[in-house]
Design a protein around this ligand. Structure first.
Ligand SMILES: *[C@@H]1O[C@H](CO)[C@@H](O)[C@H](O)[C@H]1NC(C)=O
Ligand SMILES: *[C@@H]1O[C@H](CO)[C@@H](O)[C@H](O)[C@H]1NC(C)=O
Ligand SMILES: *[C@@H]1O[C@H](CO)[C@@H](O)[C@H](O)[C@H]1NC(C)=O
Ligand SMILES: *[C@@H]1O[C@H](CO)[C@@H](O)[C@H](O)[C@H]1NC(C)=O
Ligand SMILES: *[C@@H]1O[C@H](CO)[C@@H](O)[C@H](O)[C@H]1NC(C)=O
Ligand SMILES: *[C@@H]1O[C@H](CO)[C@@H](O)[C@H](O)[C@H]1NC(C)=O
Ligand SMILES: *[C@@H]1O[C@H](CO)[C@@H](O)[C@H](O)[C@H]1NC(C)=O
Ligand SMILES: *[C@@H]1O[C@H](CO)[C@@H](O)[C@H](O)[C@H]1NC(C)=O
Length: 585
């Protein structure tokens, strides 16, 4: 070794030593009823053996979680489930399901060294728990790394072959923050605001609107919110945009941010456009992994009595940041977004200790090119630019989505071994693409599926079209809200469709006669209401509404087949019927 190398080596060692000196090793203290993880930056307290997060100490604040809440109601994994198979069918209609916080009964220390502590809180199911707890083994994991400003959590759910059938409606992790500190909420660059307090939603201060989640603030503690609607559904995020959201506490000399970072959507259901509830009044932050919201029972996860299933949800990162020197608190949001980019770049993580979480080497890759060919429009194969394409395992497994580049090429990386279907859709073309063969991904595999050509369903030329088939109703007529039910955030905002009660504007616009659309005369941006809804009558019943589409055909093939194709953006608690194609010759 020459002198220069030696010198470099010494420098390197010096930096490492310095690193150790500034970031103390991770410490684990196991007490009677709690375990405490501490890396000198953040201290996390977890109830033993239940596995609830009861305390997060950071930036000189004793607990960022709501100390007024029961310890079971601060940081917890939960689930809405129901008994499945014939038990569900016997009830005829699904009820609300059973809510449980998946309380663990056993703690195991998985990793304990200066670099990392990983804990496992488990609940093992057996038939004595039938009907009381979802038939799942649950393993909730918490990880604290040296030098990390936050902690990770993931969970492994497992249903064994001989266990009873059941359904999962919803599962997530929830954090309830201190309401005296966290007042400013951020779900996106253009969706952030000071929020009302939870007591503003209570009787006297708030008035329930058409459903209990929607509250008109009649006498909020802070008068600035008076007259606004608060509704957690207004802050939902599409899965593709749901990488980071959270809260800022600016009411102290040291502003603090609390963020939930989801580095990969691989464990979420229903693809990139599925809307998930995020942060909302509480102050609450959620990472929702599965829900039937906005889609209804079609999205219920149903497990048969002989259906083994295992899935890893997470890890997600609970990231904390703070400011000094009088920087603007919104700097915390910028930093949280940068942290999300860092987490995405480190995915799949190398540190989770469960062998159920797979490293990059244990995963595979699928690539190819997507084109679209429509024989009544150019009849050539056109590369699909910016189209979503994804692998989904049959049943309720993992999904891996990406988007095509401007030449139609795509590369889906970090895919867990397994058998998958490949799906896509193309903006402007009706229908869904599904690749014929099942794709079997193995560790380290690189599968090239070559050129895939989507041929949308066609029976002949298009005679007319209303709107754009793109899984969104944004191009249609979105009314202004009733001035009595406004969320100020969404006034003159691209997401104004999130305002409360827009569906009721239909009955205001069409009090008696329903919508009639005349092809080539009407304009869908003004004349096609964005949602096909019912009309509420004075006697509190709902009346189905019938929309009519009028169109002229110069020539009618009396012995031909004409097809009407309908693409729906979303449907919940609704029944759509298409009937009566009346020709007036
Ligand atoms: C907290 O919640 C648990 C479970 O619901 C309940 O058994 C317990 O009594 C509650 N504790 C307090 C202090 O309210
Ligand atoms: C439901 O009931 C039918 C008829 O009684 C039976 O054939 C079927 O196996 C049952 N399914 C389950 C999941 O229990
Ligand atoms: C079943 O689980 C309960 C609750 O954890 C436990 O008390 C019981 O001993 C278990 N029974 C068997 C047979 O393992
Ligand atoms: C700031 O926090 C304190 C308690 O920590 C609370 O009493 C006060 O009302 C808060 N002020 C504002 C403007 O929210
Ligand atoms: C994938 O595996 C399934 C069964 O495991 C098999 O039927 C199918 O042909 C395989 N697909 C390919 C492309 O090899
Ligand atoms: C409610 O009123 C509508 C007409 O406005 C009527 O058609 C319907 O039968 C009424 N329903 C009930 C239950 O009274
Ligand atoms: C709409 O207008 C175009 C252009 O004038 C015409 O070719 C077409 O037949 C019309 N379609 C209908 C359904 O009225
Ligand atoms: C209608 O079309 C079918 C199939 O093309 C043909 O068999 C039938 O004879 C036609 N009927 C008339 C009335 O043209």
């Amino acid at each position: 070794m020459n002198f220069t190398n030696h010198f470099l080596l010494l420098m390197f060692q010096f930096i490492l030593v310095l690193g150790h000196a500034t970031n103390p090793g991770v410490q684990l203290k196991i007490q009677d009823k709690y375990v405490v993880l501490d890396n000198g930056i953040v201290q996390v307290t977890i109830a033993k053996p239940e596995g609830y997060v009861t305390g997060i100490q950071y930036n000189g604040v004793d607990n960022l979680l709501e100390v007024l809440n029961n310890e079971t109601d601060r940081g917890y994994w939960d689930m809405v489930w129901d008994e499945g198979g014939n038990k569900t069918t016997a009830k005829g209609k699904k009820g609300k399901g059973k809510f449980e916080r998946m309380e663990a009964t056993n703690l195991k220390v998985i990793v304990e060294n200066e670099e990392q502590v990983e804990l496992s809180f488990t609940r093992i199911w057996n038939s004595s728990l039938e009907g009381k707890h979802a038939p799942l083994n649950i393993d909730k994991r918490y990880i604290l790394l040296r030098g990390s400003s936050g902690f990770y959590t993931y969970a492994i759910y497992e249903h064994l072959k001989e266990w009873p059938a059941f359904d999962i409606d919803n599962t997530r992790i929830a954090f309830k923050l201190r309401k005296d500190k966290f007042h400013y909420m951020v779900v996106a660059d253009n969706r952030q605001r000071f929020m009302p307090l939870p007591e503003d939603r209570e009787k006297g201060r708030g008035q329930i609107l058409d459903y209990p989640e929607a509250i008109l603030l009649v006498d909020p503690v802070e008068p600035e919110f008076k007259g606004e609607v608060d509704d957690k559904y207004q802050y939902s995020c599409e899965s593709r945009n749901n990488g980071v959201h959270g809260w800022i506490s600016s009411n102290s000399s040291q502003p603090t941010g609390f963020w939930l970072i989801t580095p990969s959507p691989e464990f979420r259901s229903a693809g990139p456009l599925k809307q998930y509830i995020a942060s909302h009044v509480g102050p609450t932050s959620l990472s929702v992994f599965h829900s039937t919201h906005y889609s209804g029972l079609d999205l219920l996860m149903k497990f048969g009595p002989n259906e083994p299933w295992k899935k890893v949800y997470g890890p997600i990162f609970i990231y904390l940041n703070s400011l000094h020197n009088g920087e603007s608190p919104t700097t915390l949001w910028k930093d949280a977004k940068q942290q999300m980019v860092n987490e995405v770049e480190s995915w799949p993580y190398t540190f989770p200790a469960s062998e159920e979480f797979l490293s990059s080497k244990q995963r595979g890759k699928v690539q190819g090119r997507l084109l679209v060919r429509d024989r009544y429009n150019k009849d050539a194969s056109i590369p699909v630019s910016g189209g979503y394409i994804g692998l989904a395992s049959p049943g309720d497994g993992y999904q891996f989505w990406t988007s095509t580049d401007d030449k139609g090429y795509f590369s889906i990386i970090n895919i867990r071994p397994g058998s998958y279907n490949l799906y896509s859709w193309v903006t402007g073309y009706i229908g869904d693409y599904k690749y014929g063969p099942i794709i079997n991904v193995t560790a380290g595999s690189e599968i090239n599926v070559g050129e895939l050509v989507y041929e949308p369903p066609r029976d002949g030329p298009t005679l007319w079209e209303i709107g754009i088939p793109d899984r969104s109703a944004a191009e249609f007529y979105v009314p202004d809200p009733n001035p009595k039910y406004i969320n100020k955030l969404y006034v003159n905002h691209p997401d104004r469709f999130r305002q409360y009660g827009l569906w009721k504007r239909y009955a205001d616009l069409y009090p008696k006669e329903d919508l009639v659309y005349t092809v080539n005369v009407s304009d869908y941006r003004k004349d096609w209401f964005f949602a096909h809804v019912s009309r509420k009558k004075d006697n509190n019943t709902y009346q189905a509404t019938t929309w009519k589409i009028n169109f002229n055909l110069d020539q009618v093939h009396t012995n031909g087949t004409y097809k009407l194709r309908v693409a729906l953006a979303s449907i919940h608690h609704a029944n759509l019927q298409v009937e009566n194609f009346a020709f007036i010759l």
